[in-house]
Write a protein that binds this ligand. Structure first.
Ligand code: SAH
Length: 249
């Protein structure tokens, strides 16, 4: 997989290309990274690629010609499937299903805005706009790295154990269950007995029940959309029953 960022700050991407699981996977050539700085395509010696907005108002706008040239170069680098994404607070929210769709794209091109954003006429060269949350940050680099990290986790070989991505929150539509590790006792709190029982069937059911319970408490919207398996329906009934009982006790 080739991921290309069109960015005024290529060095920022070192945090993802050189660290953690994504850094290791890049060393193993599971993915490649290429940053294209649109300043290379500036029409002036000083490298300005932004200008004042028509109509007046605060801030600067990234100009269309240098960004278009950067997109064209990024496109020409790879023959496989490709997607041009503009990180934007006005885009569709980034979700697990979007991330897993993008994990199979060969040439992912991520345009990072700065200032007040980009000239609207670039939209014709952009396949989609993606938003990382209902707030504004000062540039598209951090949002792009969030998207890249989330996508790369789903690319085979990036995580040591592929199962861990499958068990993460959202992957199967539920929040993850709570986790424990040594020591068995911490500030008077013990690890739940079942996790030390060695009974894999019981452990799996306990984890599923915890996932359901958390999802019900924190993200009921996820459960509303879900088609429950018979086991999940039974566990949810149990959870609701237990909640009623604790309410009356
Ligand atoms: N004036 C724009 C915001 C510009 S912020 C607006 O209100 O829509 C500068 C750049 O940061 C944007 O071009 C975009 O690339 C990036 N950015 C800011 N917030 C973002 C978010 N929530 N999701 C994705 N990208 C974001």
């Amino acid at each position: 997989m080739l991921i290309q960022a069109i960015t005024l700050f290529p060095e920022m991407f070192q945090s993802i290309t050189e660290h953690g699981v994504t850094g290791r996977a890049k060393k193993q050539a599971i993915w490649q990274f290429n940053a294209i700085n649109p300043r290379r395509f500036a029409d002036n010696k000083l490298g300005y690629i932004d200008d004042r907005p028509f109509g007046g108002g605060p801030g600067m706008i990234m100009m269309a010609p240098p960004l278009q040239a950067a997109i064209d170069e990024a496109r020409s680098r790879h023959n496989g499937s490709r997607r041009v994404i503009y990180m934007s607070p006005q885009g569709r929210p980034l979700t697990h299903s979007k991330v897993s769709e993008l994990a199979s794209v060969d040439n992912l091109i991520v345009l990072c805005g700065r200032y007040e954003g980009i000239d609207e006429r670039l939209m014709q060269s952009i396949d989609e706009e993606i938003c990382i949350g209902d707030f504004v940050v000062s540039g598209g680099e951090l949002p792009a790295m969030m998207l890249m990290d989330a996508v790369l986790r789903l690319v085979p070989g990036v995580l040591g154990d592929m199962q861990s991505a499958e068990q993460d929150s959202f992957a199967n539509g539920l929040l993850d269950c709570p986790h424990y590790t040594r020591p068995t006792e911490f500030q008077g709190m013990a690890v739940p007995e079942v996790l030390r029982s060695g009974n894999h069937g019981l452990i799996a059911e306990w984890r599923l029940k915890q996932s359901l319970q958390r999802t019900l408490a924190r993200r009921p919207d996820l459960l509303e959309k879900r088609e429950l398996t018979p086991q999940e329906s039974r566990l949810l009934q149990q959870i609701r029953q237990e909640e009623r009982e604790s309410h009356y006790n």
